[in-house]
Design a binder for this molecule. Structure first.
Ligand SMILES: Cc1cc2nc3c(=O)[nH]c(=O)nc-3n(C[C@H](O)[C@H](O)[C@H](O)COP(=O)(O)OP(=O)(O)OC[C@H]3O[C@@H](n4cnc5c(N)ncnc54)[C@H](O)[C@@H]3O)c2cc1C
Length: 421
């Protein structure tokens, strides 16, 4: 009987365990997480912050599921060492033997040096349920919150806090909001919408350089521009970095993230795999190596790793960025090379009112899109990107409303899964 051990029980870790169980009915699967909670939806922590969902709603599976499927989950188990010779991992006083190991350790917050922000009781990060609970305890109707970072995590923290706090200011070094998922044009309109809906004040091209404090508590922050903002709660959401400390200590190849073979998810040790935010992905659209810190990517990689660990041949089917998110009801769906620059790329845009559609092409191939309040056809567009379809073979204009009927019969059958020709 095989012994499978997975470190980290979130998007990638759970997907990995489930795939192993599908392909190996008898193997022992141990899922170790340092968090005190069963696997939950991490993107939902902002909904929990603003009181829209309960802790129970956030669970990815019912508590009884793990017993039913024979996945042994251990919470509060931080893995501190891997012994590659003995093939064991250590968590507290316990040691777990593995035949195949998968590291799904995700991200950790990146906190750049800022004067006087360390160890202050009202300076928090926003990455998991535990820190969200701490944030929720401290935020109230009199709170003046400052969020550093207008990326996915900072913006979600700001949205959640705007429902609770007296004021929310967001400082972002870049000149635009959500720089990793939006292009310059759409980012402007999203910013305007959020300012109006959420009464959030942005300080773009600016950042916090220092905090002023009294008795261990921050009272205000000073921005690079010299502006000073009163601050009762500071959220450090500048960015995330892959959590690779365990892999590095074990001597695995790491370069920003854990290096894996993009087909098999294997690390530099053939019995150790890695998946999700902690690993370096190869973007199938331009061949670049990058960290794609998005949920769908983590699930795909976790599944592929699980299959390979169980002796199967599952693969990701190619990795590229895919994201769907909403802010105050505005639906944003983005995919692929949204910030592609250079002569070989072109784009086409339709904008009307609060909806925006931008398609990015490399020659005759769709390589990316940004859809705001117009995500109805996101599935079809994603499929065109994934399958590298020559769009000139389609019988209609894909900027309008693409229809399955534009594809030839074979394509409908083989590529647009679930649709009968
Ligand atoms: C507020 C917020 C909003 C987001 N919104 C979106 C969104 O809209 N769309 C999207 O696609 N993505 C979003 N993301 C990103 C998405 O959540 C991540 O890409 C995804 O969770 C990555 O999954 P993962 O399994 O690789 O890692 P993680 O979810 O980071 O999980 C890693 C787990 O491993 C555990 N761990 C780490 N080290 C150890 C150790 N040594 N021992 C034991 N356990 C360990 C960690 O505690 C953690 O539970 C958001 C993230 C946040 C925080």
């Amino acid at each position: 009987m095989m012994n499978y051990v997975i470190v980290g029980a979130s998007a990638a870790g759970l997907a990995c365990a489930e795939q192993i169980r599908k392909e190996d009915k008898d193997g022992r699967i141990i899922l170790l997480t340092k968090e005190e909670y069963l696997p939950y939806s991490r993107p939902s922590i902002s909904y929990y912050l603003k009181g829209k969902v309960t802790e129970k709603d956030m669970l990815l599976r019912k508590p009884s599921y793990y017993k039913q499927t024979g996945i042994e989950i251990v919470t509060g188990a931080e893995v501190t060492a891997i012994d590659r010779k003995k093939k064991t991992v250590r968590a507290g006083r316990k040691s777990y033997h593995y035949d195949k190991l998968c590291l799904c350790t995700g991200s950790k917050p990146f906190v750049p040096p800022m004067k006087n922000t360390q160890s202050k009781e009202n300076a928090l990060t926003f990455l998991d349920l535990a820190c969200t609970k701490a944030l929720k305890k401290k935020a109230n109707k009199d709170t003046r919150a400052v969020v550093i970072g207008a990326g996915l995590i900072g913006m979600k923290a700001a949205e959640g806090l705007s429902k609770i706090c007296k004021s929310v200011d967001v400082a972002e070094l870049s000149e635009r909001v959500l720089p990793s998922i939006l292009d310059a044009k759409s980012s402007k309109s999203v910013k305007k919408f959020i300012e109006t809906e959420g009464h959030i004040t942005f300080h773009l091209g600016d950042t916090v350089t220092e905090a002023k404090s009294k008795g261990g508590k921050i009272t205000s922050v000073v921005l690079k521009s010299g502006k000073e903002l009163p601050c009762d709660l500071l959220v450090l959401a500048v960015g995330v970095r892959p959590e690779t400390s365990l892999a590095e200590k074990a001597g695995l190849e790491v370069n920003r993230g854990i290096i894996i073979d993009p087909g098999t998810m294997r690390t530099s040790d053939s019995d150790i795999y890695a998946a999700g935010d902690c690993a370096v992905s190869v973007d199938m659209l331009d061949g670049s190596k990058k960290i794609i810190a998005l949920w769908v990517n983590a699930v795909r990689q976790g599944k592929a790793a699980g299959s390979q660990m169980a002796g199967g041949e599952g693969a990701t089917g190619g990795t590229f960025a895919v994201n769907a998110i909403d802010f105050y009801g505005m639906r944003i769906c983005t995919c692929g090379l949204i910030n592609a620059a250079g002569d070989k790329y072109s784009d086409r845009v339709i904008q009307s009112g609060e909806s925006y559609k931008r398609l990015i092409f490399e020659g005759n191939r769709l390589v990316g899109f940004v859809l705001i309040n117009s995500s109805e056809n996101a599935g079809i567009y994603t499929n065109l990107i994934e399958n590298k379809t020559d769009v000139t073979t389609l019988s209609g204009d894909i900027l309008g409303t693409p229809s399955l009927m534009w594809f030839d019969k074979e394509t409908r059958k083989s590529r647009l899964k679930g649709e009968s020709a």
